[in-house]
Design a protein around this ligand. Sequence first.
Ligand code: ZN
Length: 118
Amino acid sequence: MTTEEINRRFCELAGICWHDYNGWINHIETLKCKYCAEKYKPNANPNFCAHPDLVLEVMRKREDWRLFLSYCTGYRASNREEIAAHWAELFLNKTGLLCRIAIKWMEENQCWHQKTSG
Ligand SMILES: [Zn+2]
């Protein structure tokens, strides 16, 4: 997956609009997202891959975000240094590591909800 595909997938799973502006670049002041109608602004779609802090901000809004934290470090990790080192690695990685983990976790989580509700 490309960086944009990863960012798009993360937005899709997290319920964030991946803005798509359709129109004439000459009329930039009237451009609106074709999905949510938000007015055009440059760089409206965040790069979650390059900014792992943004991933955490989004995940933190979920009720089950603590489960996500545990998932990131491994449910069985108990050594504090090990957990801290792991988080440092996740935060310093700007190639989408935390974003991809969040995608995997949300995909797995949704499957689990589908299984239990069906
Ligand atoms: Zn939008």
